[in-house]
Design a protein around this ligand. Sequence first.
Ligand code: FAD
Length: 353
Amino acid sequence: MMNKESSEIDFVIVGQGLAGSLLAYLLLQKGKKVQIYDAPEIPSSSKVAAGIFNPVTGRKLIKTWMADELFPFLEQFYVALEKDLQAKFFHQVLIYRPFPNQQVQEYFKSDNLPENFDDFASLEFENIKYKNLVNSEWGGATTKQSGWVDLKILLDTFRLYFKEKGILIEKKLNPEEALSKSYKTIFCEGFQGKFNPFFNYLPFNPVKGEVLDITIEGINLDEIISQGAFVVPLSKNTFRLGATYTWHELDFKTTPQGEKELLDKYHKLMKPDLKVVSHLAGVRPASKDRRPFVGMHPDLQQIGIFNGLGSKGVSLAPYFANQFVDFLVTGKELSSEVNINRFASLYLGAENS
Ligand SMILES: Cc1cc2nc3c(=O)[nH]c(=O)nc-3n(C[C@H](O)[C@H](O)[C@H](O)COP(=O)(O)OP(=O)(O)OC[C@H]3O[C@@H](n4cnc5c(N)ncnc54)[C@H](O)[C@@H]3O)c2cc1C
């Protein structure tokens, strides 16, 4: 495919993972001329992710950061996107979380539950529904406003959509090629962003993770089960089992230890036997302060970044891609919690060393 002339482009997006796809899509919606680079040889963590979104976290089911803004936004966003792309990838399902021990059960029997607890969870001390499936002698909680996005379908659909528009170039863009251009280049490189010479001063904290795709015969399960590990229903009898967390050996290689850890966790959580179908590994592009990296380079105003989505890309990406596009198109200020100018001192330090 011929490259568009520079004068015809407003934005180049580097990376067609979740971050780059949503950013490119929203810029196109604003009438901007976009070109996307995506390197088939560089692995994408979006293709490994289970795609879960869940507004509560931890044993005590505390609301996650910005849940009241992010979750209503993501719901209307993905529903509208499904309509526009004419594909099905957004699955709103409950997450059943068995209590891991009696102490946690007692906490949920107490009056100290978080405010508005009923809005996002309900309790089931008897565990009748999951009795033959899940090991949960202390009962559990079911969380609402949760579910999963089938990122494979979403990204494959986007790939076709961008190809049909003639704006996807399937090759690597070397960061230096973005210098001195009339258009803006936004890097959405996932884990590779850590090695980008313009943004390697940002405090990345990548986390490797492995998952197994498995089949479980003879069960009927639409919900996600999660405690120590998660089991996500991908299609009839097929599930994604995850995930491991490691901060070293940051590559996309599967390991026998990863598989063993996942199978051990599965057998602790679930009763039926399983068959392993495939094994995947990826690296979550996390940041040290657990907030996304959004904004323009401190010196090079034509170069920006949308990264740092960590293990919550599905819930963070729609809201912050939309915020970034508002900034790029109308100059509306970015939230200080995600704007990379919070790391200006690290940039100056790197410059002076
Ligand atoms: C095991 C595991 C489980 C996960 N589970 C969940 C989950 O349940 N829920 C959730 O919300 N998140 C989950 N995540 C996290 C999720 O994957 C990320 O938050 C999200 O997918 C990051 O998207 P991204 O677009 O930033 O990066 P990526 O998906 O990695 O995309 C980056 C893209 O950029 C391309 N690229 C990089 N550099 C260049 C270059 N120089 N030129 C051209 N192309 C380039 C790559 O080829 C790739 O396609 C999980 C991650 C892992 C590893």
